[in-house]
Design a protein around this ligand. Structure first.
Ligand code: S3P
Length: 433
């Protein structure tokens, strides 16, 4: 899909409710599928990535129906999954593949996980290696990438895994496998990654120890999950409102989990005017409404290393923001961006350079010098977050910005074009597909 974005002279205004949190949605569907009884899920993200998880869980025996805006999921119990009759297609979703691999590694049947071109290039040894230490038998392509052929072993051993990467997908994969393993399973990481799995398991009746371990033999009991709005989707509109003169925008029901809120810290450090009101809890997840007002150009910053895991998915939009801020923004310690849905450092660097931005690319980040930007043509390279970041930046360009490779926006934010238009942005679909 190709979009033309901006420029718009208009400010962004009004209220928006971002779609449901993608990470929490995947986990809600997986845990509800493993639970005994019927779970109600409120605010589940309806996007291609989450549908991959839903479809896979259905192939494994879970059933569901809509009840107004909610979903009612009938779980099959921890030991009730049935062998799938065909390969499970994870589409573009690394989270779906890595989390479900943890569950499937412990089943008494074989399964195959496949994905699209982007997913087929993503590293899976980071889960296959620790799962093998637990006793799992998984084959990948020679390059350590999908498809995954999982032989299934119902005799897994719990482990303490010292993960070399701060990855919630690795951690969650192992915790899910740990539900079936003998003894305790826990993961320590170089920096704390998002903790939605640890927060959600107790609401399904599975307690974690103080050091975050699960014990094998646990039983999950159906529950009611309220999914907050996705801060990673809200981030595009936070950035748009702080960039566009005269803007005043309210974002409702945004998830504020402290392992995800780095974007707020960055915007505040850059000088943005942000106010959080109506703080509340959805289960163990913090939620609030965010009021954003334009306050002039932001100031570039040096992003502190410890913040990186809490804003890893927001780095493309932070790079876009840095391009229209004063001075230098320095991003380091973000080598994980190279193995996301695309090589996000390279894709953003090429796009920003073609818009006239001065930058230096590093293996683990980028230095970006703020300035004026021009329209023209950029390529989102089929990466939803890069494509949306360019669409937002296009609002400030001096002429139309054609953004290619936008098709996968639907993996996380199907309503993005609609929401950007309704808030006052300019974006036009010029070719679908
Ligand atoms: C996610 C974890 C992060 C993030 C991804 C979603 C999750 O990936 O980038 O978009 O839901 O667990 P890593 O675990 O690879 O850091």
């Amino acid at each position: 899909m190709i979009l033309t974005a901006g420029p718009t002279g208009a400010p962004l205004s009004g209220e928006l409710t971002p779609p449901g949190d993608k990470s929490i949605s995947h986990r809600a569907v997986i845990l509800a599928s493993l639970a005994t009884g019927q779970s109600r899920i409120e605010g589940l993200l309806d996007s291609e990535d989450v549908r991959a998880t839903v479809n896979a869980c259905r192939q494994l025996g879970m059933t569901l129906r809509e009840d107004g805006d909610d979903l009612l999921l009938d779980g099959v119990g921890v030991h009730g999954l049935s062998a799938p009759l065909a390969a499970l297609d994870m589409g573009n979703s690394g989270t779906a593949m890595r989390l479900l691999a943890g569950v499937l590694a412990a089943q008494p049947f074989c399964s195959e996980l496949i994905g699209d071109r982007s997913l087929n290039a993503r590293p899976m040894r980071r889960i296959v290696h620790p799962l093998a230490l637990m006793g799992a038998r998984i084959q990948t392509a020679e390059s350590g990438t999908p498809p995954l052929l999982i032989s299934g072993n119902s005799q897994l051993q719990g482990i303490h895994y010292k993960s070399p990467v701060a990855s919630a997908q690795v951690k969650s994969c192992l915790l899910l496998a740990g539900l079936y393993a003998q003894g305790e399973t826990w993961v320590s990481e170089p920096r704390k990654s998002r903790d939605h799995t640890e927060k959600m398991l107790p609401s399904f009746g599975v307690p974690l120890t103080d050091h975050g371990a699960v014990s094998g033999g646990s039983r999950l009991i159906a529950t009611h999950v309220r999914v907050p709005g996705d801060i990673s989707s809200a981030a595009f509109f936070m950035a748009a409102a702080v960039m566009l003169p005269g803007s005043s925008l309210t974002l409702n029901k945004v998830g504020l989990n402290e392992t995800r809120d780095g974007i707020i810290r960055v915007l505040e450090a850059m000088g943005a005017d942000l106010q959080i009101v109506n703080r509340r809890m959805y289960g163990e997840e913090a939620v609030g409404d965010i009021l954003i007002r334009h306050k002039g150009r932001l100031q570039g910053i040096d992003i502190p290393l410890p913040w990186i895991p809490s804003l890893i998915d927001e780095l493309p939009i932070i790079m876009a923001l840095a391009a229209v801020s004063d001075g230098l923004t320095r991003i380091r310690g973000a080598e994980e961006l190279r193995v996301k849905e695309s090589d996000r450092i390279a894709v953003m660097a090429r796009g920003l350079e073609s818009m006239g931005v001065r930058l230096t690319e590093y293996p683990d980040g980028m230095d970006i010098e703020g300035g004026a930007i021009r329209g023209g043509r950029v390529d989102g390279a089929g990466d939803h977050r890069c494509a949306m970041s360019f669409c937002i930046l296009g609002q400030l360009a001096d002429s139309d910005l054609e953004v290619r490779g936008c098709g996968n926006i639907d993996t996380s934010y199907p309503g993005f074009v609609h929401d950007l238009k309704s808030a006052g942005g300019r974006v036009v679909r010029i070719k679908s597909g």
